[in-house]
Design a protein around this ligand. Structure first.
Ligand SMILES: C[S@@+](CC[C@H](N)C(=O)[O-])C[C@H]1O[C@@H](n2cnc3c(N)ncnc32)[C@H](O)[C@@H]1O
Length: 489
């Protein structure tokens, strides 16, 4: 029989036929995997189903088959999940941004918490995890203070859009990357994760760029002019930064963009024009021109004010960031005589939150602009017990010499690496330095589990695991972990 016409109806416990690629199967989805895929069990395999929700029964086609797992695409929802909610966004399903907007928010939290537990158990080898309930985000829509939109000559259309509208082909699109397509964008009309004015800026910039006739950058061919539009907004102070990023500097574009933006959006406090010839796909300006206003944006968190330059990292969910930092400081339980090292410190935000409790805080960060921001931010908040060093933490052991001689070993180390986690050499250096307490902040439970496994196989144990939802409707999860040194003398 042709595989394409086979339907496997047996459930996991009553297997009678073996599975083939192309089979149609009936699946009961019982949980959600990290990454936002629905999980079902069939025969001896785990089946991952894109866009499927726990509680659904679906008819799906197997498109990938391995010994222990399979992947399937939904053909039909046979029974809807009680947790389903209609997605607000018309781009849902196509856009790589929100993958679980169709799941009730309380259930999003439940499954994120479960995913943290599973990552630590399966990838980290931990048992009896001291996991606290996940902290919900104060806002579940319009919570992002920054969005990086990409230009592309290639647009991604969902099947529905292809059938319904068949929109005419244009030369330039501006939006967010389509799921699994780094060179195609979804031409976003309205994103519900950002403020309304960000969507207006997006639309006006797209029209402006299209009228110039200059080409959008093709990230496969590496040719073209228009690259990114970055909009950053400070919620508590209401500053607004717009950064247009192109391949090279075009004075006519700069002049006309300035004229248009300052007239249309007088609320912009920082209008920047940057260029980058980097092929990495990162919206990082190599050269920056200030067209109007300040080159920085200002934000307030708790009682502190921060200035952030365009290339510096700043947590994207402003209101939840205050909670996140509060958790970090409370878990650290810093004593007045203690020295704290803040690894991957960005613009010095956590260091500054910790500074009022500590004897001294030393921040380490690779981006020089972020270190400049951190130094200026400490000064701005009248804090004089923080030092910040430009440091590539892959060679951490080289950079800790000077603070070690001046202030001694850290009693507490705060670590907040990027999504990929820590380099093995950074972990080795931490194990050599042996801080009695580590507060590990992570935005990726899988790399977190990998790194914690190494730390805990050798010298540490998990004291507290606190998930924090910084990214509602997306599959991303933030976690704060407190580790203590075993046999601390
Ligand atoms: C997740 S952010 C955390 C920033 C800061 N803790 C905060 O809450 O705003 C990670 C930071 O690590 C920095 N970074 C990435 N790779 C690094 C490296 N090899 N050495 C030092 N810093 C690095 C990034 O520039 C970024 O500022």
């Amino acid at each position: 029989m042709n595989n394409l016409h086979r339907t496997v109806l047996e459930d996991a416990h009553h297997m009678s036929t073996s599975l083939h690629k192309g089979d149609e199967v009936i699946l009961k989805i019982d949980s959600l995997a990290f990454g936002g895929l629905g999980v079902a069990r069939l025969q001896d395999r785990v089946v991952f189903v894109d866009k499927a929700l726990p509680g659904q029964t679906v008819r799906a086609r197997i498109f990938k088959l391995k010994k222990k797992f399979a992947q399937a695409r939904i053909l039909e929802i046979v029974k809807q999940s009680p947790f389903y909610q209609k997605p607000r966004c018309t781009h849902f399903g196509a856009c790589g941004g929100c993958s679980i907007q169709h799941l009730d928010y309380i259930q999003q939290l439940h499954f994120k918490e479960q995913q943290v537990r599973e990552s630590l158990e399966h990838l980290g080898g931990f048992q009896n995890i001291p996991l606290k309930p996940i902290l919900a985000s104060p806002e579940s829509f319009s919570y992002r203070n920054k969005m990086e939109f990409s230009f592309s000559p290639h647009r991604w259309l969902s099947n529905e859009e292809m059938i319904k509208n068949r929109p005419e082909k244009k030369e330039l699109y501006l939006g967010l990357h389509a799921k699994n397509f780094y060179n195609k964008v979804v031409d976003i009309q309205q994103c519900h994760l950002v403020a309304a004015q960000t969507n207006d800026i997006l639309r006006v910039t797209r029209e402006f760029a299209a009228q110039t006739g200059l080409p959008a950058y093709d990230s496969k061919q590496h040719i073209g002019f228009w690259r990114f539009l970055v909009v950053r907004h400070s919620k508590n102070i209401n500053n607004l930064m717009v950064n247009l990023v192109t391949f090279d500097y075009n004075p006519k574009v700069a002049k006309n963009f300035k004229k248009l933006m300052t007239a249309t959006f007088p609320q912009i406090t920082s209008l920047l024009y940057s260029t980058t010839q980097n092929i990495s796909g990162l919206a990082y300006g190599e050269k920056e021109y200030v067209l109007a206003g300040n080159h920085l944006i200002e934000e307030k968190l708790a009682d502190y004010r921060f200035e952030i330059s365009s290339n510096s990292f700043f947590q994207t969910n402003t209101l939840q960031t205050e909670n996140l930092y509060q958790i970090v400081v409370e878990l650290a339980a810093i004593q007045p005589e203690q020295v704290v090292y803040d690894l991957f410190c960005g613009a010095g935000t956590i260091s500054i939150f910790a500074s009022r409790l500590a004897h001294r805080v030393v921040g380490f960060e690779i981006v020089p602009d972020a270190v400049d921001d951190a130094i200026r931010n400490a000064r701005k908040n009248n804090i004089n017990n923080c030092d910040f060093l430009v440091s590539d933490l892959r060679t951490f052991a080289k950079d800790w010499q000077q603070p070690l001689q001046r202030y001694g070993k850290p009693a507490i180390m705060i670590i907040d690496p990027p999504r990929g986690g820590m380099h093995p050499k950074t972990i080795d250096a931490i194990l050599e330095l042996e801080p009695p307490c580590i507060i590990h902040v992570s935005c990726n439970p899988t790399t977190l589990a990998r790194d914690l496994k190494i730390l805990c196989e050798q010298k540490y144990y998990l004291q507290t695991v606190q998930p924090v939802d910084m990214f509602p409707h997306t599959h991303h999860i933030e976690v704060v972990v407190k580790l203590l040194l075993i046999n601390n003398q």
